[in-house]
Design a protein around this ligand. Structure first.
Ligand code: HEC
Length: 102
């Protein structure tokens, strides 16, 4: 009985941490990219599903972005954001197109 309870508790903890983690990724994208890419902002809203995973992967490493982001987004944060973009890119299992309202 006790073993079962521990099992249930750890299962809940696991589920909760994955959910929290996913939300954090979207949060970083919305916060960092959204500072410019929002409705009425200086750039048009962007969403993960706007591009394919491979395109996102190379977008920033090949300096395709028109504005230098290294001042506002560090390498770690950019890594997290790019992972999130790829996880929800146009050709992913779960394309996401409504994180940044257009
Ligand atoms: C300092 C402001 C700023 C930040 C922060 C910023 N961008 Fe941009 N971005 C721009 C501007 C300005 C353009 C060019 C104008 C436009 O496309 O609306 C642009 C263009 C783009 C484009 C090209 C438009 C297209 O549809 O192909 C993409 C994609 C993009 N940004 C993604 C991102 C992502 C992802 C982030 C976060 C990692 C981000 N940007 C952060 C200002 C910013």
């Amino acid at each position: 009985m006790k073993g079962r309870l521990i099992c249930i508790v750890s299962l809940c903890a696991m589920m909760f941490s994955t959910v929290a983690f996913a939300a954090d990724d979207a949060g970083l994208f919305l916060q960092k990219c959204g500072s410019c890419h929002k409705k009425g902002g200086q750039a048009a809203p962007v969403n993960p599903a706007d591009k394919a995973g491979l395109v996102w992967e190379k977008y920033f490493t090949r300096d395709r972005h028109p504005v230098d982001l290294s001042v506002s987004i560090n390498e770690d944060e950019m890594g997290t954001i790019v992972e999130y973009l790829k996880d929800h890119a146009a050709d992913s299992d779960q394309p996401e197109s409504a994180t940044m309202p257009k």
